[in-house]
Design a protein around this ligand. Structure first.
Ligand code: SF4
Ligand code: SF4
Length: 481
């Protein structure tokens, strides 16, 4: 049965969702042109970046290794232990503000050029589809053709390739969390030995396959919240991909334009109504009807229209990157309240993040009182016992000295008196005992435990209280009756 035809796109309805809720599958024509070439280079660079990160080792760890099991994040040679994960707050908010700022200036540049959905769909999955099924006309014809050995073979080859690519992407994604060596060892082991990882791979591969083989533009249109948020982030001065109505209208085919030129003084616009811009659109919209939420800024319509204009010896840019103001013949203002506010927020965030980073030390120290009695009093001394925990956050061994400060004269430090060695990203817990002679004891006091890196790069202090009975009571107990 032939597939139902696509409704002509309108601004008031989503082209890929019919009135009855069914979805016509799109077969967009493959664009060619300068933006497509530039996007291809950028997409391959991004894919290479994504695929190579688990292989590149910096400081003994993969460049990006989100070691959830050990609760440590290794990011380009910097290791964030659990105590420093709060720094990710700045990374996440920084990314959010960057997206706000960039969107206010450049519209959906992220969607068209860097979003993994667009990058993998346009430059991996659609490429496979082109190799196996041919161009858009052949793809559409194959879709409508009855089942035959050729169609079954092509469908099997295409979907097997999709599954294989989805599995590779998923395995590499898992390597970001458990390292490549661990993924490789899990791949060689039976699924029963790693049910969790196996389940994750199976579900994620299935989800990727479903998304890239079938769901495609629907993710951008009906699921991704950013498409909706962007309408609040952009204004008439933001850069968008749009159609120059003043130049393009009234649109007429070349033949019509020639005929009308003989009978009408009204000049024809540059748009020849060839619909190439609609045929290449991966979300099925007609950009000539104005800016629409479904536009992911993929530039395909720019390249398609530029090609038509070049063939007709007319200037390129009937569809182009510009602001809504510029399309209306007015001036684009880059400096405006929302770009200033987003820019200032970004700057303030960057300053606070830099300050926060500068306060992070390469070690962490904790001092806790040992369980049991808070202090011990014997015939000659009052004693307090603590546990000192030193965490080395660097990927190399470190040596520390431990001293007490601000303690009264006569307080003795027992334990941790020599240099403490802590392995890379390791931790050491050792007892620290403080004791004071009863005759010099004058009651509880506060003191500092100072842990210093032997290289002199930094030191850390922890304030602790030495507990004991009131000195008067102690004296009463010891004085002869
Ligand atoms: S309107 Fe143009 S830029 Fe927007 S999604 Fe369609 S082809 Fe891409
Ligand atoms: S590709 Fe250009 S000329 Fe053709 S319909 Fe679209 S805007 Fe008009």
């Amino acid at each position: 049965m032939p597939a139902p035809t696509l409704q002509p796109p309108t601004r008031n309805a989503v082209t890929t969702i019919r009135d009855d809720g069914s979805r016509p599958f799109l077969f967009p024509t493959d664009p060619q042109g300068r933006f497509t070439r530039a996007r291809r280079v950028s997409a391959f660079a991004l894919i290479a970046f994504y695929l190579s990160l688990p292989w590149i080792r910096i400081g003994g760890y993969p460049a990006v290794f989100l070691d959830v099991a050990e609760r440590r994040f290794h990011l380009f040679g910097v290791t964030l232990p659990p105590q420093d994960l709060w720094l990710l707050f700045f990374v996440i908010t920084g990314l959010g503000f960057s997206l706000f700022f960039v969107t206010a200036l450049l519209g959906r540049i992220w969607c068209g050029w860097a979003c993994p959905q667009t990058v993998f769909l346009d430059h991996v999955y659609r490429r496979i589809e082109r190799w196996i099924d041919g161009d858009a006309i052949k793809r559409r014809a194959l879709d409508r053709a009855p089942w035959s050995a050729r169609k079954i073979f092509k469908r099997a080859a295409k979907h097997a390739s999709y599954l294989l690519v989805s599995a590779v992407i998923t395995h590499l994604f898992l390597a970001y969390f458990v390292s490549l060596a661990e993924v490789w060892s899990m791949v060689r082991a039976a699924p029963a030995e790693h049910w969790g990882a196996f389940g994750f791979i199976a579900v994620a591969t299935g989800a990727l396959y479903f998304n890239f083989a079938w769901f495609r533009e629907q993710l951008c249109i009906v699921i991704c919240p950013y498409g909706r948020i962007q309408s609040a982030l952009i204004d008439d001065h933001s850069l968008v991909i749009g159609y120059d109505t003043a130049r393009g209208e009234p649109r007429r085919s070349v033949a019509d334009a020639r005929r009308w030129a003989d009978v009408s003084p009204m000049k024809s616009g540059d748009c020849v109504d060839c619909a190439r811009c609609v045929q290449v659109c991966p979300t099925g919209i007609d950009i000539r009807q104005g800016l629409q939420m479904e536009c992911i800024g993929c530039t395909a319509c720019i390249d398609a229209c530029d090609d038509v204009m070049t063939r007709l010896h007319r200037p390129r840019g009937l569809i182009r990157y510009d602001s809504q103001k510029a399309f209306a013949g007015k001036r684009t203002r880059w400096l405006r309240p929302r770009t200033v506010v987003y820019g200032v927020l970004l700057l303030v965030g960057a300053i606070v993040a830099t300050w926060a980073l500068s306060t992070v030390k390469a070690a962490n120290v904790g001092v806790t009182r040992m369980t049991g009695a808070p202090y011990i009093v014997d015939d000659v001394t009052v004693r307090n016992q603590f546990l000192v925990r030193i965490v080395n956050k660097r990927n190399e061994p470190a040596r520390f000295t431990v001293h007490i400060a601000s303690a009264p004269v006569g307080v003795r430090q027992i334990g941790l008196a020599s240099v403490v060695e802590v392995g890379p990203l390791g931790e050491v817990v050792q007892p620290l005992v403080l004791q004071q002679a009863r005759e010099t004891y004058a009651g509880p006091f506060r003191f500092e435990v100072r842990v210093a890196d032997v290289t002199g790069r930094f030191h850390l202090e922890r304030k602790v209280e030495f507990l004991g009975p009131e000195a008067r009571l102690l004296r009463d107990k010891t004085s002869p009756r």
